[in-house]
Design a protein around this ligand. Sequence first.
Ligand code: SF4
Length: 97
Amino acid sequence: MADYLGSVPERLARNVYETDEEQSHIEVNQEIARATGTGKLIVQVCPAHVYAEEPDGTISVEYAACLECGACRAVAAPGALTWHNPRGGMGIAFREG
Ligand code: SF4
């Protein structure tokens, strides 16, 4: 049941994204991600479905949808994932109301 602010999808739809078209703020080291199981973990943990496992086993990244929650960073093995904040003014702006 939605509260007075609306359902989760409705609330997420209020957010504004300023996508950095030139530079991703996320990079996956495919070799380390595969060897450590990080690839499967980040696909499972990301609430925005930024990551997907391709048929060849590589992990694709749709960084424009990132909510900047940090969950992928928490589960990634060292060296498997490079994540930094989007460049100034880029990324998500949360709108609560
Ligand atoms: Fe997904 Fe959150 Fe990682 Fe962004 S920071 S890619 S939303 S898990």
